[in-house]
Design a protein around this ligand. Structure first.
Ligand SMILES: Cc1ncc(C[n+]2csc(CCOP(=O)(O)OP(=O)(O)O)c2C)c(N)n1
Ligand SMILES: [Mg+2]
Length: 559
């Protein structure tokens, strides 16, 4: 049912809840994630009359927010999440934080206490604009139902413009019941872009031509397929090495001869040395954040010794930490479009620099011969998946050392196939994979989780079963919060506190939800187990029994 603008005095009135859903519908929203609450019943009721908007009810608001964030990552338009006040909004905060750090467009709507109860610390009342001000790009409360279309249109624009990010809108309960004859809705909002100036591209070409050891570092959001294609073509044509910033490995096909690795936790020393010894760094879309720069050590703030060209959609990110020689504030689609005609000419020094970088990446990312006979070798398994998953498969993860294997041995190949939180939030992988499977039901979706990570939101297996989101969850079980155990061992050897885990029977647990589940005890049995899981016709989980002493590809506990 579409609500039409009505201006005559006899016109029917609509509630704030109805107006909100109509405003979302007009922005093209086709799915919302939520945990229901009595504070926004009017919205839920309006959704009853909007069959074109799917409603996915999660089991935890943290998961619902992660699902909406992942949907925003996949579509480039804001993922939508609804939660109730105090307890719901505080749970959901993790998804807003991830959307902020990951520059993902997203809108969180929160049912709030009625206006007459405000500032009395009513039941579950929180001042949401204050609470979310450092977490969101914009956080506000809508005080009048008549102004809902204005707030919604602005929220979409803010979420998608410049450096994308999350918006939070608080909805007082009585405002949602207010009956108004609304006047007008905004048409669907698209982010406005800025193109690079011709002089900027000229300056970039001059610096690139003069460099014999240039390195492109790509990252951020706002890339679409065409932009990624233009970037790859530019790199290929001009023999330029391209590295991904933290968890942005899907911006360029890792099989391309120009791809030379990933700046991450436990990055290849060859790559970090290469960054240090490059004579020109071209950072495209990346913020050059703390993980990418290894704690701001690979590049010295405020003026790195390497010449730096920094391209970012938000002018406030340029010179925030590093003062570039050339700063270009523009959209990444426009920027990569401008690269289409750039030809730097042949340069043997550049070609051999690229050859070395690529050879080092291939060496680093090739799984070693399997050695852990009694356990599952995660390197071999990730390598097998890399060789056998379709090119458009989506791979998600949360936080933990298991991700080091995933990022090192998986070759990402298409834009928007990597769902990995740059915020480092545990628990992200499964909700993100559910959102991915709902968005692309015909594509394979694999969620990696550690044993710790999985138990953040195990209940979302119920959401997956309920909505036929047939993902495959791979639980990397090493019986420990392995990352923290590794840090303990390095800093306080032998003094183990809080990192040992007594785990449930993951297979029995998953089966109790109605999922397919098996335990994998050996590397050799993985391919068949994976095929059974992927073909099960329902959500599936494979528990991988890892060597508890091997806490990362490079770190083994002594003894
Ligand atoms: C929500 C959240 N809580 C805590 C942390 C700190 N943390 C980072 S990794 C990690 C352990 C992850 O354990 P597991 O999922 O079992 O993966 P492993 O490191 O063992 O491979 C913890 C507690 C975090 N990043 N996110
Ligand atoms: Mg673990």
């Amino acid at each position: 049912m579409a609500l039409e603008p009505r201006n005559d005095a006899t016109a029917k009135t609509f509630t704030g809840g109805q107006i909100l859903i109509e405003a979302l519908r007009r922005q093209g929203v086709d799915r919302v994630y939520c945990v229901p609450g009595e504070s926004y019943l009017q919205v839920l009721d309006a959704l009853h009359d909007a069959p074109e908007i799917a409603v996915v009810s999660a089991r935890h608001e943290g998961a619902a927010a992660n699902m909406a964030e992942a949907d925003g990552k996949l579509t480039g338009r804001p993922g939508i999440c609804f939660v109730t006040r105090g307890p719901g909004a505080t749970h959901a905060a993790v998804g807003i934080h991830t959307a902020f750090q990951d520059s993902t467009p997203m809108i969180l709507f929160i049912g709030q206490v009625a206006r007459h109860a405000r500032d009395r610390e009513g039941f579950q009342e929180v001042n949401f604009p204050a609470m979310f001000s450092p977490l969101a790009k914009w956080a506000a409360e809508i005080d009048s139902a008549a102004r809902i279309p204005e707030y919604v249109a602005r929220a979409f624009r803010v979420a998608m413009s410049g450096r994308a990010g999350p918006v939070v809108l608080s909805l007082p309960e009585d405002m949602l019941s207010e009956a108004v004859q609304h006047s007008a809705y905004a048409e669907r909002v698209f982010p406005s872009g800025a193109a690079p100036r011709a002089a900027d591209i000229d300056a970039l070409v001059t610096l690139l031509k003069a460099a014999s050891k240039p390195l492109l570092v790509v990252g951020g959001t706002g890339w679409d397929e065409e932009a990624c294609g233009n970037l790859s073509e530019f790199a290929r044509r001009n023999c330029l090495p391209v590295a991904a910033s933290f968890r942005r490995q899907d911006l360029i096909d890792n099989r391309l001869e120009n791809y030379c690795g990933h700046f991450t936790l436990g990055a290849d020393a060859n790559l970090t040395d290469r960054l240090k010894s490059a004579d020109l760094i071209v950072a495209i879309g990346s913020r050059l954040g703390e993980i990418t720069t290894n704690g701001y050590s690979l590049l010295q703030p405020p003026v790195p010794h390497q010449a730096l060209i920094h391209i970012h959609p938000d002018p406030n990110e340029l010179g925030r930490v590093y003062q570039p020689r050339l700063a270009i504030a523009c959209g990444l689609a426009d920027f990569s479009n401008a690269l289409r005609t750039v030809d730097l000419g042949d340069n043997e020094a550049r070609r051999s620099w690229l050859r070395d970088a690529r050879a080092a990446y291939v060496k680093f990312s090739t799984p070693p011969q399997s050695s852990a006979a009694n356990y599952v070798d995660l390197a071999a398994i990730v390598g097998w998946l890399s060789d056998h998953l379709p090119d458009d498969a989506l791979v998600s993860n949360g936080a933990g050392n298991y991700t080091v294997w995933v990022h090192r041995y998986f070759r990402y190949r298409q834009p928007r196939t990597e769902l990995a939180p740059t915020s480092g939030a545990m628990g992200y992988g499964i909700p993100a994979a559910i959102a991915a499977k709902l968005r692309y039901p015909d594509r394979e979706v694999v969620a990696f989780a550690g044993d710790g990570c999985f138990l953040m939101y195990p209940g979302e297996l119920a959401t997956a079963v309920q909505h036929n989101a047939n993902l495959v969850v791979l639980v990397a079980n090493n019986g420990t919060y392995g990352t923290i155990r590794m840090h303990q061992e390095r800093r306080y050897p032998g003094r183990v506190v809080a990192t040992g885990l007594v785990n449930p029977d993951f297979v029995a647990l998953a089966r109790s939800f109605g999922a397919f589940a098996e335990r994998v005890d050996s590397t050799e049995s993985f391919p068949d187990a994976y095929r059974r899981a992927a073909g099960a016709g329902r959500p599936a989980l494979l528990e991988l029994r890892l060597d508890p002493a091997q806490l990362s590809p490079a770190f083994r506990l002594p003894g």
